[in-house]
Design a protein around this ligand. Structure first.
Ligand code: ADP
Ligand code: MG
Length: 585
């Protein structure tokens, strides 16, 4: 398999020199052009989970920029590439800022709207030639090599397409790539690891637009003319179809999907009118049916059939001896760390947390206990900025942090796990834990694509392995997180939280669902953390577990703080007994 890529690349670069019919070259160019757009959608829709029907409009921006500037102003192709790319990036930034914060179905709808709007603009502007478009784009040449013919242009198309694929593959296996891969599973966990999910949605959106614009630029030079119809919403849907057919989230699926669509479409355009007797865009209907069948029988797309007999790639362990990531300055033992001051949270008429107050000092282990629905998890969410306060204040080392988003509290050194495990099931355990080290590393998209991030990546993975070893899970680091039982998933979350290098760790029911020996191992780890001076706030129902570990216990019921005291005091309290006896038998 190692030779598959070089062999494929060599074939694509040499194809024009082989005695193949011109028709093949044309088809291959279209496949390359479509693949770039579909590749953007693999990133945007397949990986990041953001559906766009409007990519054809970005192709149009690239194509029209090239056509207009070359024919009207005689601008060189390289400059039109730069300008078209910048224009599509600017458009994507603007549209993204307006629409990417929208949730659910609004985004796909918005993509249709802008796809129509941009296409309408192309078709109605006098200076863009209206429906006739722009004709007579001069041929390109590089170093005197004529790229005006299909055979001339073919290598350039495929060099760009393959480099784009390589860049996306590299990106996905990097710090920003893991952030983009975390987008599909909701924003709460990613934000709690310090990731700005909006920023990475925008990143994926801009990259997809950029790929589309480059495809459009090449398209204009291939056709030597542009007209509005290939950039409409129909085509936008077709691009999405290619990405889905090939395999959402699979880089090479974009190529496979594009090839299948292009070749089948061509056959259908000849075949269907013969069968039906009239001509029309019947292939759209056939594609619609095919899409339904594919989604039903091969929801992972056609590439999953190729991937089936390909061994799963195992990450080579290359991080031994990597220097450790920098650690934050830890608060001195006894320093006042966290003040929860009369915090309140109302959900409509329900007061989930009712003026609860308590304090933590560095090195404290505090347990938050109480019956189900008492407001413990909501209190966690208020401290970590997942939820906004209805009233009250949260102070961290004297500074108010109420109202800050959770990625900011993460940056300050407050890390957490979730009552309902939040992870990226299709990433390995190691990669999930590496998400924790996001805020301790820096590599960006360009560095990742150029592989200039490898030294830092080794540090990140060394840290992830160190935390997994600490929690007793190093032997499972290469497994997919989604395949683990619940207990190990919880432990993985703790390792991920530890990878953020926290000063305060909030654990929401860490022992729930753990087997007896796992529970004991967890207690051992928490005791070790305590000995190292870590501050812990934990919600836990297992009283033996809590009472052996905690210095102080805060008891909540119906949103209010019932009492606070040492484990012995709390156990002796009649009010606590009543609260527990009242709800649990
Ligand atoms: P605990 O963790 O102590 O079991 P929670 O903090 O999860 O309790 O919930 C406290 C109360 O707030 C419950 O009655 C729960 O139904 C309600 N609640 C929690 N989150 C929400 C939400 N996002 N919207 C509405 N009600 C909520
Ligand atoms: Mg809870």
């Amino acid at each position: 398999m190692r030779f598959a890529f070089p062999a494929f690349a060599a074939l694509m670069l040499l194809l024009p020199a082989l005695p193949v019919p011109d028709f093949w070259i044309t088809q291959s160019i279209y496949i390359g052009l479509y693949s770039m757009v579909a590749l953007g959608l693999v990133l945007l829709t397949g990986v990041a989970g953001l559906t766009s029907f409007g990519q054809a409009a970005f192709v149009g921006i690239g194509a029209y920029t090239a056509a207009f500037l070359a024919t009207k102003l005689g601008v060189s192709p390289w400059l039109t590439l730069l300008i078209g790319a910048s224009l599509s990036v600017a458009t994507a930034l603007l549209l993204g800022a307006l629409t990417l914060r929208m949730s659910g179905h609004y985004l796909p709808l918005a993509t249709i709207a802008w796809g129509l709007a941009l296409n309408y603009t192309m078709a109605n502007m006098e200076w863009l030639g209206k429906y006739d478009g722009i004709l007579g784009i001069p041929p390109m040449s590089i170093f005197g090599v004529d790229l005006g013919t299909g055979r001339g242009l073919h290598p350039l198309v495929w060099v760009i397409a393959l480099l784009a694929a390589l860049a996306v593959i590299r990106l996905l296996d990097s710090r920003p790539g893991r952030a983009i891969r975390s987008l599909k599973n909701g924003s709460t966990m990613a934000e709690a690891m310090g990731i700005s999910t909006f920023r990475y949605k925008l990143t994926a959106f801009v990259l997809a637009a950029l790929l589309a614009a480059v495809s459009g630029w090449l398209f204009a030079h291939f056709q030597r003319s542009v007209s509005p119809s290939p950039f409409g919403v129909n085509k936008g849907i077709e691009y999405l179809f290619m990405a889905v057919l090939g395999g959402v989230g699979q880089v090479w699926g974009a190529f496979l999907g594009s090839a299948v669509v292009r070749l089948v479409e061509d056959e259908l355009q000849v075949l269907l009118p013969q069968l039906i007797g009239t001509s029309g865009n019947f292939e759209t209907i056939v594609f619609g049916i095919v899409l339904v069948v594919v989604l039903k029988y091969a929801p992972d797309g056609l590439w999953s059939f190729v991937g089936r007999w390909r061994p799963a790639p195992v990450r080579r362990k290359d991080w031994d001896g990597a220097p450790p990531l920098a650690q934050r300055d830890k608060p001195a033992r006894g320093e006042r760390l966290l003040e929860v001051d009369a915090v309140r949270k109302q959900f409509g008429g329900l007061v989930a947390v009712n003026d609860v107050s308590f304090e933590m000092h560095a090195g404290d282990i505090v347990a938050l206990i109480g019956p189900n629905g008492a407001g413990k998890s909501t209190t966690f969410n208020l401290i970590t900025g997942v939820l906004s306060l209805s009233a009250g204040a949260v102070r961290w080392r004297g500074q108010s942090i109420g109202g800050q988003p959770s990625r900011e509290t993460a940056r300050l050194g407050i890390s957490r796990t979730f009552q309902h495990v939040k992870m990226i099931p299709e990433m390995t355990v190691l990669e999930n834990v590496a998400l924790g080290a996001y805020g301790r590393s820096k590599a960006g998209v360009v560095q990742a694509m150029l592989r200039l991030d490898r030294a830092e990546e080794r540090q990140v993975f060394a840290e992830a392995e160190r935390q997994l070893t600490r929690i007793g899970m190093a032997d499972r680091m290469h497994e997919l997180a989604g395949n683990l039982p619940l207990g190990p998933q919880r432990l993985m979350e703790i390792a991920r939280a530890l990878a953020t290098d926290p000063a305060l760790l909030l654990l929401d029911e860490p022992a729930a669902g753990l087997r007896h020996h796992e529970k004991q191992a967890l207690a051992g780890v928490l005791r070790q953390l305590k000995a190292e001076g870590m501050s812990l706030l934990l919600v836990e129902h297992d009283m033996d577990f809590v009472m052996n570990l905690a210095d102080r216990v805060v008891v909540m019921e119906f949103g209010t703080r019932l009492i606070e005291g040492t484990p012995a005091e709390v156990q002796a309290s009649p009010a606590v007994r009543a609260a527990y006896l009242g709800t649990e038998h």
